[in-house]
Each structure stands twice: as structure tokens, then as C-alpha cells.
Design a protein around this ligand. Sequence first.
Ligand code: E4P
Length: 214
Amino acid sequence: MKFFLDTARVEEIKEALEWGILDGVTTNPTHIAATGKKFREVAEEILALVDGPVSLEVVSTNWKGMVEEAKDLVKMGENVVIKIPLIREGVRAVKELTELGIKTNATLNFSLSQALMAAKAGATYVSPFVGRLDAVGEDGMGLVEKIKLMLDNYGFQTQIIVSAVRHPMHVVEAALIGAHVSTMRFDIMKQLFEHPLTDIGLKMFLSDWEKVPK
Ligand code: E4P
């Protein structure tokens, strides 16, 4: 499974790169706004740091506008992936961008039918927002499972990015399902390393090591 960091904060990206397990970054307008910087300034900072896929989201709501934005954004780097919302206009934009050889991330996915449309349009990635579905009493990871089955049924090449991850168990369940990518907040990626029994066991080993004759 690939790990993407869901942020636009370069200080988080820099620290996660030190861990040696970061494969890419996803951003969205909310993340960009949180930095207080201009979009292209943030995008350039991130692209200068990350070799893997970096998702940058368009803000047009008609397919022609989305395609024009995408053509502009991909000039920023070969690893730019264009995030397109899964509205009807977005599906047409994904289709157009696929034909142009531009990688896309079909985002704001909340249903299997939307994910099927994204795959049919040739989306590189589809991003089911599991935490937001859970929050309204639906089964976010259940959707991921169905998307994986659908993709396998037809041999679609679209990859699943499990998104709106709220805790490490979303990542664990994603791995058991065979989802291709989990994108997560910095604090959640940090939690993946942590277990109290490991800390207790290491403390005991090091304490006992002190008793070993040197
Ligand atoms: C990832 O690409 C999404 O933009 C992100 O996971 C959104 O989820 P959240 O804002 O609900 O955490």
C-alpha cells in the first residue's frame, strides 16, 4: 500500500519524508487555504520536496474550465495529479484528461456508482471519503470494499485512495481490503508507528542491557 500525506503544510511533508515511508501528497482547497499562502506558491514548495504523486485540485465546476486548469497545473511537474470532483462535469473532464494522458484523482467520492463512472472515464485514482461517510452513519470502508470488487470485476486500472481517514484502523482495514493508497493527516501517519507495548518492551530491553557485563 502507498502512503500519501493529506496536507499542504511543507513542514509536515519534510518531517514525514524523514520517516522513509512517504509515497505522495494530496492537497485540496481547504488545505491550501490553511497555509495562508497563494496556491501556486504552496504547490511549488510541495513539488520541490516530493518526487511521488502530488494531487492538486481544480476549482472550476464545468468540464472545459477543469481541463484548462489541469493543462496549466501539469506544467508545474511530471508528478502532478489533477484532482477533479465527482460531479457530472468532472467525469467528462476526467475522460478528456485521460485522452490527453494527464493523471487524475476523482475526489469527493461517496458512492459506488460515482466510482464506476470515474473508472469508466479512466481516472488514475478514485478517492472515497470514508470518514465523512462514517460521520453520517454510512459504511465508509464498506464502500472501499465494493469499489475494489468492482475494479477487479472489470479489470479497471483505477487505483483507490482511501481518503478522509480518521484513525489508524481505517488504514489497517484499507490494507486488508487491498486498497492501493491511504492518504492521511500527519498526526494519523505518526500514530501508525506507535504501540505502548513496544515502548514498554524496548524500555525493559535497554534496562536489562545495562546489567550485561561490558
Ligand atoms: C484527500 O484527498 C481528501 O481531500 C481529504 O482526505 C478530505 O478528507 P477530510 O477533509 O474529511 O479529512
